[in-house]
Design a protein around this ligand. Sequence first.
Ligand SMILES: [Zn+2]
Ligand SMILES: [Zn+2]
Length: 249
Amino acid sequence: MMIKTNMHIHSKYSWDSKMELEDIAKILIENNIRYATITDHVEFDREDMMYIRRKFSERDYEIDHLNEKHQGKLTLLKGVEISEPHLYPKQVEELANIFPFDFIMGSIHNIPNLKTSENKRYVTYLYYREILKMIESSSVDVIGHIDYINRYYKEDFSEYNQVKEVLDAVKENGKIIEINTSAERRAQLNLFPSIDKICRYKLVGDYVTIGSDAHRLPEVPDNLEQAEYLCEEIGLKPVIFEKRKKIVL
Ligand SMILES: [Zn+2]
Ligand SMILES: [Zn+2]
C-alpha cells in the first residue's frame, strides 16, 4: 500500500481559501493521508513582503502546534506556491532565506494573451514558453499543474515538441513535476498534466508530487487515488519534501 500524501493544499493564508488548518488536519486524518503540505499562494504582484512575512510566521506557528497535537498520525509540511517565480528572483530568494520552507512549488497562473487572443494554439504556445522560462530561471523544487491552461479551454492545444521541450528541461534543471488532481473538477479532464504527458515524463523522470490543490474542505482528498494508481501502474514514485529535500516514502 502506498503511503498517502497530498502536497498541494491552500489554507486561509491563501487569498482564495478560507480553510482553517485545524479543519484541514482533521479531514486529512479521516482520509488516512499521512503527509500533507500546505502550499499557500505567494503573489508578488499583489502582496508585499511585510504581509507575506507576517502570514507565514502566523501559519508556521499554527502548523507546529498541529504537528505536536497529531504526532504519529499526520505531518503537515510547510510549503508555498509561488506565481511566476522567474519574474521575482530576488523576492523568491529573500523569502526562501527567511522561512525554512519544506517545499517550494512554482506555477504559472498568469497566462499571456489568454484574454486578448482567440488563437488557442498560439496562447498555449505562449503558456508553454512561460513554463519553460520558469523551469530554467527559478529556484523552485516542483513545477505545479502543467496544463492548467486547459482549465479555461477544457481541451488540449499543446503540441508534442512543446511538451517534450518542457519535460526535458524539468529533468535538465533537476526539478520534478506535480500531478495535480483538480483537473476533473475544474475542467472535466483527467489530470494536470494529462495522462499522456505524465507517461511522457516517465521517460525522463522518476519522481512526482501528488496534490489536490484544495481550496475547500471536500476538495482535500479529491481524486488522489487516480494519481496514485497511475503512478503505481507506470512506475513513478510520489515523494514528499522536507527542508526542500526530496524523500521517497
Ligand atoms: Zn496554482
Ligand atoms: Zn494551488
